[in-house]
Design a protein around this ligand. Structure first.
Ligand code: SF4
Ligand code: SF4
Length: 336
């Protein structure tokens, strides 16, 4: 296994980490077995969230007796100090530990939310307090939009950033360079592009060969997936010319159907978070997380059905996606 320093946190993490979203759809026992195998193969980083159903809880149980072998990262959507304080306590209880290695602000969607979190009375205050008390060790942020990412990198308050990155979602590569200059740890989420890439070896090695990125965290739900993903970092070989060509072919084949979450289509006339609507549909269709995706969808302020089909977003999408038609599919998927 390759180990890398996670930016200024100085944590030495395995280059492949364990994405904990799928834990919520397997049993406690299966979660424990899958994590045990991951640990045997050298994986020492696990990512979860307050919002991933029973994921924190199952991970907490699986970690009994082996807490010191793992670097635990979790996150919360809380935006105020008071709510974040409660979430930190809940995470500590669920994870059955007295410290969490990395606590992240989960997906501030734009600069105004980011400022709400950072300003007086915001969630960051609770994280800084918890850090001074030893309850958490480091503070990071997870982001989906490139515009918010650029702002967050320069804020000077985060030690790590998590952002979607894969062979079909490369929009953040320049920002990653800047983040690396600032010694931020860079965590690649959605390395299989939400399930649309099926070749784990290509997907992981594409990310591993970008020296700006510290760690990729594919979601894993069984031992076969753990072994496939771990192999990419235990027996790492750079991609050959032919394999790089295959990556380009995969990216091209997704051309007119796949949202790269670049955010250039915004702002939407009706306030929709367009890429998040598509992301939740991916979770629904490819991750076997129907109920969870529906709950997340319901929690959005605006939904696909609010689209008035003005078409302004399509003029700005660099991939010429038929956003209005795609939103109709989202609407069909999430009926409530
Ligand atoms: S077409 Fe729909 S999604 Fe696009 S900007 Fe108009 S209202 Fe928003
Ligand atoms: S719809 Fe197009 S512009 Fe909007 S986030 Fe997706 S790929 Fe980017």
């Amino acid at each position: 296994m390759i180990y890398r320093r996670l930016g200024k946190t100085d944590l030495m993490v395995s280059a492949i980490g364990f994405g904990g979203i799928p834990i919520q759809r397997i049993s406690r026992e299966e979660a424990s077995n899958v994590m045990k195998r991951a640990s045997e193969l050298g994986i020492n980083y696990i990512d979860t969230a307050r919002g991933y159903g029973v994921s924190e809880e199952y991970i907490g149980e699986a970690l009994k007796g082996s807490r010191d072998k793992w670097i635990i990262a979790t996150k919360s959507m809380s935006r105020t100090k008071e709510l974040m304080q409660k979430d930190i306590e809940t995470s500590l209880k669920n994870l059955q530990t007295d410290y969490i290695d990395l606590y992240q602000i989960h997906n501030p969607k734009d600069e105004s939310v980011l400022n709400e979190v950072i300003n007086e009375g915001g969630a960051l205050e609770a994280l800084l307090e918890a850090k001074s008390q030893g309850k958490i060790r480091h503070i990071g942020v997870t982001i989906h939009s490139i515009g918010t990412l650029k702002v967050a990198v320069e804020k000077g308050v985060f030690e790590t950033i998590m952002f979607p990155y894969s062979l079909v979602e490369t929009q953040a590569e320049e920002v990653f360079k800047r983040a690396r200059e600032l010694d931020l740890g860079i965590i690649a989420m959605k390395p299989m592009a939400g399930g649309v890439i099926t070749d784990a070896s290509l997907a992981m090695r594409y990310i591993l060969q970008n020296g700006d990125v510290t760690i990729a965290i594919p979601g894993m739900r069984d031992i076969k997936e753990v072994e496939q993903n771990a192999l990419a970092a235990s027996d790492f070989k750079p991609l050959s010319k032919e394999e790089l060509e295959k990556c380009r072919e995969i990216a091209n084949s997704l051309g007119e159907t796949f949202c790269r979450r670049c955010g250039y289509c915004g702002p939407c006339t009706k306030g929709l978070d367009i890429p998040m609507n598509f992301t939740l549909k991916l979770y629904h269709d490819n991750y076997d997380l129907q109920d969870w995706a529906l709950e997340r969808y319901k929690a959005l302020q605006f939904h696909a059905e609010d689209c008035i089909e003005c078409g302004k977003c399509e003029l700005k999408c660099p991939y010429d996606l038929p956003i209005r038609d795609m939103l109709k599919e989202v609407k069909k998927t999430f009926k409530f």
